[in-house]
Each structure stands twice: as C-alpha cells, then as structure tokens.
Design a protein around this ligand. Sequence first.
Ligand code: HAM
Length: 422
Amino acid sequence: MSELQYQRPRGFRDILPADSAIWKNLEDLVRGVVQQYGYREIRLPMMEKTGLFERSIGEETDIVEKEMFTVQSRENKESLSLRPEFTAPFVRAVVENHLLEKKPFWKLFYLGPAFRYEKPQKGRYRQFHQVGMEAVGAEDPLLDVELMEAFMDLLDRLQLSGLELQASSIGCLDCRSSFRNDLLRYLESVEPQLCEDCRRRKERNVFRVLDCKNEECRTALADAPVIYEHLCEECDDHWKKVVSGLENAAIPFTKNERLGRGFDYYTKTIFEVVDPELGAQNAVGGGGRYDRLFENIGKEAAPAAGCALGLERLLLSMKERKNEDVLRAESGPDLFLVWIDRTCQKQLFQIASDLRDQDFSVELNFEDRSLKGQMRAADHSGAPYVGILGPDELNAREITMKEMESGSEEQISWDKIGEKLS
Ligand code: HAM
C-alpha cells in the first residue's frame, strides 16, 4: 500500500470509535463529579490574543517562549494563539462578560482541547485535553482544599490508586521579593552549571529557573533555598490552614517544597498530582491559587484558585493499572435489523424510523450480505436484540426477534417491538 501523503501532524491524534466510547464515559464521569462540587460549565474559544497568555502565564515561561501555536490575523496583523491552557481565557471571559458584577463568587469548569508545541512523547502531545475547575471570589484556604478533594475524589471514582498529591505554597509578591535575593545569591554560586535559558531567566524572572527541566540545572538546584522561611504572616497562615484542611479531610499529601508549576500567575497554594507509574510525563494534573491574575488582566482584583487535569494522562494511568474497564461500557444500538430478502428492506427502514421516534436506537443492514453475514454484523454492533424480517413475516406484519444473549427467538407484531425492547 502506498504511504499516505498527508498524515496527521506530529503530536496530534485520532480518537477512534472504540476509544471514543471510553472518552465519552470519562467525560461524563468527570462532568458528574465537578458538578457535585458546584462547578458549572463554561465553553471558551480555542484561540485568544497572544498577549493574554504572555501577560498571564509569563513571558519567561517555557509555554510562552517555546510552546504556543501562533498565527497572525489577516485583518489587522494581530497575533493569535491556540490556547495552551484555560486559566487565562477563563479570567478573560469572566472579566469581559462582567460576571463578577452579577455575583461575587463563581465556580466554573471547562473540558476541551489545548495545544502546546512540545516534543511529543508518551503522555505528551501537541493537542491534549484538559478538564479544569476555576473558582473566583474567595480567599478561603478551604476552597483550595476542596479543589484538591474534588481532584482526588475523581481519581477514586476511576479506581486510580497510588497517585500522589503534592502541595506547597509559593507565597505572594512580598514573600517572593524577600526570597528573590536569597535565590539569586544561590544561583550566582552555581551559575556555570546552569543552561543558557536559566542564565537569561536569572536576570529577567528568577523564579522560572526553578521550573527548568534540564537535568544539569536540576542537579545544580538541589540545594537551592526554599520559600518557606520567607512566607509573610498572611501567606504562612493560609498555608497552615490548607495543611490542616487537608488533614481534617483525611486527604493524604506530600509537602513538596521544590514544586515548580511553570506559570507566573500563582500565589500561595500550588499543587500537583503525579502518577509514579507514568515515567517522565507523570503529572496528571495540577493547579493553585492565583489571587493577582484578575487585576493583572482586568481592572478589579479578585482572589481565585483552580486546577486542571490532563485526560490523556488519566487514561494512561488507567491503562497502566489495567482498569479501563471502569469506563468500557460501550453501548450498541437497542436493536439491529436484518433481512432475509432485500425486498423486505423497505419495510425495515420504516420500522427503524418508527422505533427511533419512540427513542430507541436502531441500526439497519445496508450491505449485500448473506443472513449469516448480517447476523455477524449484528453481533459486532453489541445490540441485545436482532429483528429478522423475511417474506413470510412481511405478509403477517410480524418480525422475528432474537435475543442475542440467550439465542431465544419469538415472532411478534411490528407494533409490539417497542414494548419488547423496553
Ligand atoms: P498544567 O500543569 O500545565 O496546568 O496542565 C495540567 C495538566 O494538563 C498536566 O498535569 C497534564 O496532565 C496535562 N498536560 C499538559 N501539557 C500536556 C501535553 N503536552 N500533553 C498531554 N497532557 C498535557 C495548567 O494548565 C493550569 N492552567 C492549571 C490550573 C488551572 N491552574 C489553575 N487553574
């Protein structure tokens, strides 16, 4: 067979029917859980002005520096980017639609594709899917705890065990300005070991050095100071309340003082859930508080917190533990209709239409196949019943209904099929 000339672009994937049934079940389950925590859906555009991401995620971050799919608009040469994440678009949408003027507290969730121009590998794609929860309007540390609870609750329902919640605090701007000097002093001492990006970041946005994935940088940073000694009273109090909230809710977590989240917008709480079974790309999701982002993008300040999970990584974690069956339940049609003689097909078409009007899902054979071939197709479809129509049944206005599991057959009149199926 000749090689296909136009294959899908690198890092992009097709989700075929067998998998898309699993995806749908995962999405339904996720929606159910986040709605239990009071989050309502927001649907955001796939593209935003590039400046939105530069301003919120940070110009010195890997995402903004290297990973955005950016195009120039033809009308006004404006730069637009496919969303690499949803938090900035969420904030933009809340501000632009004046949601906070309608009520001061919102909990919204989103589910959809995001795009990052990263080097593809297992668990890392250029188009991937996130589900995320974002809450705006409350400073309460218990809100941060509830986000982590919802996250872990979801993992529980997917029967995913052995994943680790890591949490930390990165304080506020005040804490960071005091931490900055300490960190800079340390970085000066290890400068020769740092990569070129980090040497530049050290001058422009020193905290981003902490996110560097380069092995040598990570080794050089092993003894770097941590922010805890620099937390101001308010941030320290917030962090202590998060810790006691997690303990009271019996949510196991590890305090990871080296947690780097790769975004400029976080303040106070940050967290990540990692799956040790996943290899290099082991973060299933993460999030934190971003109390300064609203004023950075809009005019009014509003405290906010959120998190996002990667659906591909969740599915990989399930695959690793062989528990995809939790999501399998692929549903076939209620009824598959086959004919003994093609002259019966017209009537079957009518029967199918009538049953769909009664809300049943019905499939009909269109191919030139023997009855045996049609029965095989019916079996593959997963339908619990097959309706067989031949010339004799046609005259009697009846159909043979075969129950696939038991193999039992009975003749029933056309107007009783719906009753039988329900
Ligand atoms: P993030 O940690 O960059 O956070 O992404 C969240 C999750 O998306 C990751 O843990 C991972 O599962 C998945 N993910 C990210 N990049 C890829 C990729 N290239 N391929 C496959 N999966 C990927 C955020 O995006 C923040 N906006 C989270 C947040 C919400 N913080 C506050 N609110």
